[in-house]
Design a protein around this ligand. Sequence first.
Ligand code: SAM
Length: 310
Amino acid sequence: MSECSDVAIQATCDDASLCKRYAVQRGYWEDKYIGYMVQSSTSRKQPEISRGYYARTEAIWKLLVQFVSIMEQKCQIVSLGAGLDTTYWRLHEAGLVPHGYFEVDFIDVVTRKIRCIGTKPALRSCLSDFETQSDKSCLHCGAYRLVSADLRDILKLEDKLISAGIDFRLPTLFLAECVLIYMAPDKSSNLINWITDKFNDCVFINYEQINMDDSFAKVMINNLKLRNCWLAGAQACLSKQVQMNRFLDNGWLNVVCNDMWNIYNRLPDRQRIERLEMLDESELLEQLLQHYCLMVAVKDTSDLGLEMML
Ligand code: SAM
């Protein structure tokens, strides 16, 4: 298994945002901001891909809204490997910005995002004090904090988050969307462990590939041009159970994990999005979604009601 280079890993954020933008343009969900982060995709995406992105975005959005609502906004969200994600702006539009919203990614991605925000009034206007920011490698704009760090280096990550004003006493939700899979299993375990060590009340949402050892997964990896970028964490992603164990073994007490086919079938909006684009056959969608999962882990020491999210 060859490890992915950091440059190839960073490029995955373009792919994620291009697919999201494409699906938004086709009407799967609304996001006024994604169009400012990436250009419109030149190639057509298969409907299976857009449906998959819809299920992922919708399921995660519901959990974020639930968390911020339970906590009445007295909480923090940390988006690990945030890439060009627009969730902060969508929460801002919905009036649901938490006390602190932190985004972490490699420095090159962060500087690119800062440049992008700086040239787009629609993005900039949602951030207080943007004009006074002089550092090109981080942003501290009111609740929004964009931080550069390598998630494999816990000491530096902790330093950066502390400088950005993280409060270990506040209930905090960590979001990792297709991120842990690019880290070696011992590094992702360190990260998961560090979070339960530091925070008494926390939630972890992890969206990523599973069952990457079967023949469908091999075709999928080829299609996604990830062959040379074979996922460093893939060993740890053999099944839902292994996903859950990774958290249970590292200090989290309550964990649930569903594959995305299961989640897709329970989406209240399913009929609407299925009318947007026809599928030649539904088997491909089922197989694709069975190779992704959404895991939620909760540690609720103060009995805040976070277990409702499971
Ligand atoms: N979460 C975003 C989304 O869903 O739109 C981006 C997903 S993209 C597939 C993965 C992101 O994780 C990239 O932006 C990459 O740079 C970041 N990433 C992966 N490993 C990382 C690490 N060790 N440290 C910091 N960022 C990392």
